[in-house]
Design a binder for this molecule. Structure first.
Ligand code: TXA
Ligand code: MG
Length: 333
């Protein structure tokens, strides 16, 4: 690859512990200098930059090769920190109380005096805020002392990175430093809920199931995926999360040359002839399936199979987010 830069620096760390002082210093130095850090959260690895530095944020878009300036999520260490950047209505407060720290992103009206760069919010008057769960990620953000803008650490349109090796494969030496905390626990991006108008709206299904959010709010939630599907580039964004190999959904039998992405104990007819098999969860557990989704898709994408056949998955709980990602992978071509 012509534009490959030197290998990034990688430092190993434990997600469940606050960062060691050396690590915190290394990460803060890179961020303060306008650099990019591969940051493990509980959902996926983020490509992190100082959210108050527009030059650093611009590098995120360059490195990801995003076709346009999509707004980014600003990560903060606590709910209190989030309140400095956005205005929270009753629903937003409730959801923050209940799900933070955790895999939920809240889109709220942006405060006029937030130091978050306009490039992070793509000039919108709303801001996406999230408090990640792992003590490691939160400790690093707290040590830096400013909000951290971080999209998923993959090239635009490709599968999200759930390990440090994925980040290297996606972005190589364009990242200054990668914190390697092993595979991420959730494996799917955060659920995004906008609390802007009269009713909260789900903009992206993800790591928190819609049913859980509805239980907290006490009513059904509207789902409107207008953000990622914004028709600026029709079909293009519906095709997010795409492996290079074509994908076939709801496959109950295997065709010649296909690899199988299975779910549950019962394999598709003809599975014994599959070019390769990965099972998202042999016991049919959707949480396990979410954690394995991108890793297994990446693995099957490398087998040289003519197509990836994907077993039917239930649509409740995390199944909604998994099916959303798979539908996007299938829409790619
Ligand atoms: O789990 C996650 O959310 C990961 C980790 C790294 O935190 N991040 C992530 O970021 O998935 P990204 O940039 O790949 O997806 C962020 C989504 C985009 O679809 C963007 O359009 C939406 O959030 N978003 C950001 N700000 C928004 C805003 N003000 N209004 C509506 N949507 C917004
Ligand atoms: Mg992404």
């Amino acid at each position: 690859m012509p534009d490959r830069q030197p290998e990034p620096r990688i430092i190993e760390a434990d997600s469940d512990r606050a960062p060691a002082p050396d690590l915190a210093r290394a990460v803060c130095n890179v961020l303060a200098a306008g650099g990019l850090v591969g940051l493990p959260t509980e959902t996926v690895y983020g490509l992190a930059a100082d959210a108050t530095n527009p030059h650093a944020v611009a590098r995120i878009f360059a490195v990801k090769r995003r076709p346009q300036f999509n707004p980014l999520i600003a990560h903060v260490e606590t709910r209190e920190a989030a309140l400095r950047h956005g205005r929270f209505n009753r629903e937003a407060e409730r959801l923050a109380d209940h799900f933070w720290p955790g895999p939920l992103t809240l889109v709220v009206p942006k405060r006029a005096d937030t130091p978050i760069a306009d490039l992070v919010t793509a000039g919108l008057d709303t801001v996406a805020l999230r408090v990640p769960a792992p003590p490691l990620a939160r400790g690093l953000i707290a040590a830096f002392g400013r909000p951290v803008a971080a999209p998923s650490a993959n090239r635009s349109g490709r599968i999200s990175a759930t390990t440090a090796a994925d980040v290297v494969e996606e972005l190589g030496g364009a990242v200054d430093l990668i914190v390697d905390a092993g595979p991420t626990a959730v494996g799917l991006e955060s659920t995004i809920v906008a609390c802007v108008g009269a009713q909260p709206v789900v903009l992206r299904p993800g790591g928190v199931a819609r049913e859980e959010i509805e239980a907290v709010l006490g009513g059904p939630l509207e789902v409107e995926r207008s953000v990622e599907d914004r028709p600026a580039a029709p079909g293009r964004l519906a095709a997010h999360y795409a492996p290079a190999t074509p994908v076939r959904l709801d496959a109950r039998s295997i065709e010649p040359g296909e690899a199988l992405l299975a779910f549950g104990p019962d394999l598709a007819d003809g599975a014994e002839h599959a070019a390769a098999i990965r099972n998202l969860s042999p016991t049919g557990d959707l949480v396990e399936a979410a954690a394995n989704l991108f890793r297994h898709l990446r693995a099957l994408d490398r087998t040289g199979a003519v197509r990836i056949a994907i077993a039917p998955l239930p649509s409740e709980g995390l199944g909604e987010a998994i099916r959303d990602r798979l539908a996007r992978a299938a829409a790619a071509r």
